[in-house]
Design a protein around this ligand. Structure first.
Ligand code: PEP
Ligand code: MN
Length: 458
């Protein structure tokens, strides 16, 4: 296997049991995988990916686990954001830059408002595979396989495009690699310096959230100038740590990117720093939970409104038996109408266990609505309400609200209703570009960051 670390220490091999365990998921029930028309081609694509270099390194993954442990203790806050489904065509410099800028802006708002370090993570460089509620999609008389994300099939509603194509697995790797390369350049090469706090706002249409951000950026500028005048060294401000994460869904992609850390012989997923298990694939005895139990990365599990305290406890036992700080994140997606009923019970139960997961709110996936004209959308007010319910629940129980997970883009799309631009049902059609779930646009993302900052400093 390709080395996954950059150390010169002696090589430690994985034990035969560990290696066999990595494939145990193949014997279990598995959901939301494509049926490849040519399974041999899919195997060949996976075998090819297994020869490619890892996308991230074990040392970075360990560093992230430390950061998330801090967030779980209430000493940091996690910001995760990006597309519902990244597309190959959308992996352009402009679109990647806009998303990174939006996340950096949100992080500054949160850091400044809450006086707390913010762990920044893109739902980027690998968010290509989607679970679907149905295997097929019908339009009029025609029924075709559902779109499962660019790493499986095409979005165009034709039989050719909807046929799963194993060559897309390899294209997914290369698209992730070039996206990650640009993200690393932006975040390490000076662009993410806090001295650039104004320039991240450039190029976005002016709006009230932007204007509020400019005010904050001016304050940060003054603070930096003051510190510099006082002789402080600002090297730390020139770079940011930026991590990647996606739903670890498509096993023909994830398994070949699982490598052995030669420093200690343990398996690491190297497709991203952080992977999560979706709401639809978190069965305790299913393939995904088994695979995730065997990789060392910090991992997440989405928890929907039907989650019982017992199901949550069983997930903790299976996925974090050692109770390792930073290992396990629960991303709750309850819906604004349910979070205040369901989340406190889970939090109370965790207090009776010797566990300390990181709690993150995904205020998007429990709040979907479809308009009479057929648009999948979400109301900004519901999103805000779920975030408030998240903070209220943690305050009531005495646990830490540790982060937020959002679907967003840096572009001025019209996919979610409301916000101070008052996007209404009629204007959804103006610029609806998502191939999957609706995303917050640049302005809605900034507005949400200001609201979360207020909650954090309350
Ligand atoms: C998603 O994050 O796009 C998603 C499908 O979420 P969930 O698993 O929470 O439904
Ligand atoms: Mn989604």
């Amino acid at each position: 296997m390709t080395p996954v670390d950059d150390s010169t220490e002696p090589v430690v091999a994985a034990s035969p049991q560990v290696l066999a365990g990595l494939d145990h998921w193949r014997t279990l029930d598995i959901k939301h995988q494509p049926t490849w028309p040519d399974p041999t081609a899919a195997q060949a694509a996976s075998a090819q990916i297994a020869t490619f270099p890892p996308l991230v390194f074990a040392g970075e993954i360990d560093q992230l686990r430390d950061r998330l442990a801090k967030a779980a203790r209430g000493e940091a806050f996690l910001l995760q954001g990006g597309d519902c489904a990244e597309t190959f065509a959308g992996a352009t410099a402009d679109q990647i830059r806009s998303r990174v800028k939006t996340l950096l802006q949100m992080a500054v708002v949160l850091t400044y408002g809450a006086s707390m370090p913010v762990v920044k993570m893109g739902r980027m460089a690998g968010q290509f595979a989607k679970p679907r509620s149905s295997d097929v999609e019908a339009r009029g008389e025609v029924t075709l396989p559902a779109y499962r994300g660019d790493i499986v099939n095409g979005y165009d509603f034709t039989p050719e495009s909807r046929e799963p194509d194993a060559a897309r697995l390899v294209q997914g790797y290369h698209t992730a690699a070039s996206t990650l390369n640009l993200v690393r350049a932006f975040t390490q090469g000076g662009f993410a310096s806090l001295k650039e706090v104004h320039s991240w706002n450039r190029g976005f249409a002016s709006n009230p959230a932007n204007a509020r951000y400019e005010g904050l950026a001016r304050e940060i500028d003054r603070a930096i100038r003051f510190m510099e005048a006082a002789g402080a060294d600002f090297d730390e401000l020139r770079r940011v740590e930026f991590y990647t994460g996606h739903e670890g869904l498509l096993m023909d992609y994830e398994r070949p990117l699982t490598r052995i850390d030669s420093r200690n012989g343990t398996p690491v997923a190297t497709s991203a720093h952080f992977l999560w298990i979706g709401e639809r694939t978190r069965d305790l005895d299913g393939a995904h939970v088994d695979y995730f139990s065997r990789i060392r990365n910090p991992i997440g599990v989405k928890l929907g409104p039907s989650t019982t305290p017992q199901a949550m406890e069983a997930l903790i036992d299976k996925l974090d038996p050692e109770r390792e700080p930073g290992r396990l994140t629960f991303i709750t997606r309850m819906g604004a109408g349910k979070i205040r009923d369901v989340l406190p019970g889970l939090l109370e139960h965790v207090k009776t266990l010797d566990a300390n997961p990181l709690w993150v709110t995904d205020p998007m996936h429990g709040n979907g609505v479809t308009t009479p004209t057929g648009y999948k959308t979400r109301r900004f007010d519901d999103i805000v309400d779920e975030v408030k319910g998240f903070f209220e629940s943690h305050r009531a129980v005495g646990t830490h609200p540790g982060g937020i997970h959002v679907e967003l883009t840096g572009d001025d799309v019209t996919e979610c209703l409301g916000g101070s631009e008052h996007i209404d049902e009629a204007s959804l059609a103006t610029r609806y570009e998502s191939l999957c779930d609706p995303r917050l646009n640049h302005m809605q993302s900034l507005e949400l960051a200001f609201l979360v900052a207020e909650e954090l400093s309350a």
